[in-house]
Design a protein around this ligand. Structure first.
Ligand SMILES: NC(=O)c1ccc[n+]([C@@H]2O[C@H](COP(=O)([O-])OP(=O)(O)OC[C@H]3O[C@@H](n4cnc5c(N)ncnc54)[C@H](O)[C@@H]3O)[C@@H](O)[C@H]2O)c1
Length: 371
């Protein structure tokens, strides 16, 4: 019997009482998913945290925390990355209190005026907001995504929002481009297209990436390769191709890799070993390239977000308020991050304000990884 078949039988048959506490059903599972994974598709929150005392009926219903429970993963949590048509569209950030118009003076070195930035995975979520931050800081922008239609819609949204906030200023040039970041040919032709349209590239933010939750012994190898292909190969391919362009121009540049706090710690309770390893690779790739390219004037830094409240995570958490409570209880600042919490850190790292910072990993996680 194959290990997967053994696992399916073991998993399908298990329903110990402590797992039954706080079960929230998940509706994110793709109905086309192989049945062996549907067998583990119930999303359990606060899994083994609470155990009945003794046999569960001798202590007036009092519950104890199982030793080690808050620091463990729960193998029964399974979340597959949803198909494209289920992913919500993002809204641009509006309002001077959140990101908008320049009404107060700030350091000139924070400006990205005259720069051309590229953001991968920029059609949605964190990439879109970081890209908007670059535009508000003065850059022209190329949005790269698998979903070119959404990228084009958001490019227009960014320009429209800029015009509304800055009616007296020349609007930035924001373009949309298709690439599968894990495919070298696709990356090569995308970057050539951007250079043809913008004339050059100065800055890169690599936000294309995704996570999934499967216990490691059940993680399908093809899905794991896809995850590493997008998160790791995609970062490497974009960074090296743009570095070659900068070196040919003998121009300085600055890149920000989007890692995750998961590259430094192990999240609980959801199991996601391949994602954690991929983000650790992104962090060390950043450190390694920063050394290799320091002499060429190319800086490479990493931002490692904690739990960020995007439309996608909101969709997941709407089904699982227990999970949100558990995550938030582990964040010293007591809240999940908003996407615009990344605008400042990314702009800082791309701009001359950070000209002596390279190879750094800036955690933007509300203090999660400090405890
Ligand atoms: N959301 C969080 O809480 C969080 C926390 C830490 C790190 N991150 C990281 O931030 C990055 C962005 O996450 P998000 O939450 O905004 O995700 P998201 O799913 O909202 O956006 C990701 C974007 O990347 C694009 N994309 C996916 N595969 C691609 C490919 N092969 N080629 C080109 N584009 C591709 C998608 O179409 C999408 O527009 C990811 O690298 C993620 O791992 C997210």
């Amino acid at each position: 019997m194959s290990p997967i078949a053994r696992l399916a039988i073991r998993t399908a048959g298990r329903a110990p009482p402590h797992r039954a506490f706080g079960i929230a059903s998940v509706n994110l599972m793709n109905p086309t998913m192989p049945s062996r994974f549907r067998a583990v598709s119930a999303f359990h929150t606060f899994p083994a945290l609470l155990q009945q005392n003794g046999n569960g009926n001798g202590n007036g219903g009092k519950k104890n925390i199982a030793p080690g429970a808050f620091a463990r993963t729960d193998d029964s949590i399974t979340v597959e990355y949803p198909p494209e048509e289920q992913l919500p569209s993002s809204e641009p950030v509006e309002g001077t209190d959140r990101a908008g118009a320049h009404i107060f003076p700030t350091l000139a070195t924070f400006s990205l005026q005259g720069k051309v930035g590229v953001v991968t995975g920029g059609a949605r979520g964190l990439g879109l907001v970081m890209g908007q931050g670059m535009v508000i800081s003065g850059a022209d922008l190329a949005i790269v995504d698998l979903n070119k239609e959404e990228a084009a819609k958001q490019a227009q949204n960014i320009v429209d929002t800029f015009r509304k906030d800055h009616p007296d200023k020349k609007p930035p040039r924001v373009t949309a481009h298709y690439a599968d970041v894990s495919d070298p040919d696709s990356v090569e032709s995308c970057i050539a297209e951007i250079i043809a349209e913008h004339g050059k590239i100065d800055n890169l933010v690599t936000s294309a990436g995704f996570t999934e939750n499967f216990e490691a012994v059940a993680y399908p190898i093809d899905r794991m390769r896809k995850l590493w292909g997008v998160n790791v190969d995609g970062t490497y391919l974009f960074a090296t191709t743009i570095a070659r362009h900068l070196m040919e121009r003998k121009a300085k540049g600055s890149m920000v890799f989007v890692g995750s706090m998961s590259g430094a710690i192990v999240n609980v309770p959801q199991p996601q070993a391949p994602y954690n390893a991929a983000k650790a690779a992104v962090r060390h790739l950043c450190a390694s390239l920063s050394v290799e390219w320091a002499g060429a004037g190319i800086r490479v830094n990493c931002v490692s977000p904690g739990y960020m409240l995007t439309a996608l995570t909101q969709k997941i958490l709407d089904d699982k308020p227990d999970l949100k409570r558990q995550w938030t209880s582990l964040i010293p600042q007591g809240r999940m991050g908003a996407p615009e919490d990344l605008m400042g850190p990314v702009t800082f790292l791309l701009s001359d304000a950070s000209s002596y910072v390279t190879g750094a990993d800036l955690r933007v996680d509300g203090g999660y990884t400090v405890t």
